[in-house]
Ligand binder design. Sequence first.
Ligand code: GLA
Length: 385
Amino acid sequence: METRDNMIPEIFRNFRKEFTVFAPGRINLIGEHTDYNNGFVLPTAIDRTIKIHFAANSTPYQSNVYSQTLNRSFSFDLRKIARSEHQWENYILGVINEIQKRGKYPEGFDCIIESDLPVGAGISSSAALECGIAYGLNELFNLDLSKEIIAELSRDAEHNYVGTKCGIMDQYASVLGKEGHLILLDCRSLEATYVPAEFEDHKILLLNTMVSHSLASSEYNTRRKECDNIVAMINERYPEVRSLRDVNLKRLQEFKENISETLYKRAHYVIAENDRVLKAVEAIKSGDLDHFGLLMYASHKGLRDNYEVSCPELDFLVDFSTDYDAVKGARMMGGGFGGCTINLIEEDAIDDFVQKASEAYERKFNIIPEAIIVSPSKGTYIRKN
Ligand code: GLA
């Protein structure tokens, strides 16, 4: 595989795109680390995207990808797809591998990637890239892949080529988001209910800690294994239990003596978080934003104390928000160990809050956080001109 850095490859000089795929990032209102436990999540696509310009190049196998954002390119033969030592290439190669595994064969193509999504911010730039590539190849070569299959194969690419054993939430939200709505997704059945994102005069504000601790990927996979271990133990006594989704707090209590305190805390968090997602949907539907805000804070507390995936930077920003009546709720978002907090805040108070939070955060960590206001948007789409 040939990789050239810091130059627009010759091959792209006469590039004429056939269409552009817009692949959005995602936020998650509540329901963290529940997706791979077959539970509930409440994400949505956002109005920030990765743009991928596509064209078939009339060769059977030769393909070329150029990332304008990274100023890097690589070329490969579609008959020889293999993992690369450059991680960003694996998002693309992994998707092609999964498409081929499903008996579909894209032909030679060229694409140019431009990203408006910060990497490491926990808004799923990787899922957007994977799904955007799959979406574009599906269109270019009429592969007849449904949106659900595009989400699933993109998740599998992340497992098999990138190495994170993620759940389905990010890919599903990026592809199947709907303007102005949140997705209540049952990650066991993949049944989605679209909930209007009606927050009166409130907005969704992300505060990017600008840190991304290296623990993220290894600890993520460890959490997943811990959950599998608990389920295996409960399953010995209760064979109908296949995931933490099938366990309630009362049943977990029966095992308290047999499992370590750590495993007990992990399971307790997941079971309580699933419950919070369903309560959150009721609160949003009935316009009870105070209650929804409290559920967000409770989610953060569980992630911090029981699931132990937060970090001092995230905790600081969430704690800071509790002094502001204008902030209904805040919590860390995504896998953890860095990235963004998500805040539900009165629109009029945003400027003041961002300024004060930024000053305090900078004083404490010597880092300036980034504020991003987002709105629930449609999932992956194509524009032809
Ligand atoms: C990452 C993963 C998701 C999900 C979240 C935590 O974003 O990719 O599948 O598990 O973490 O909720």
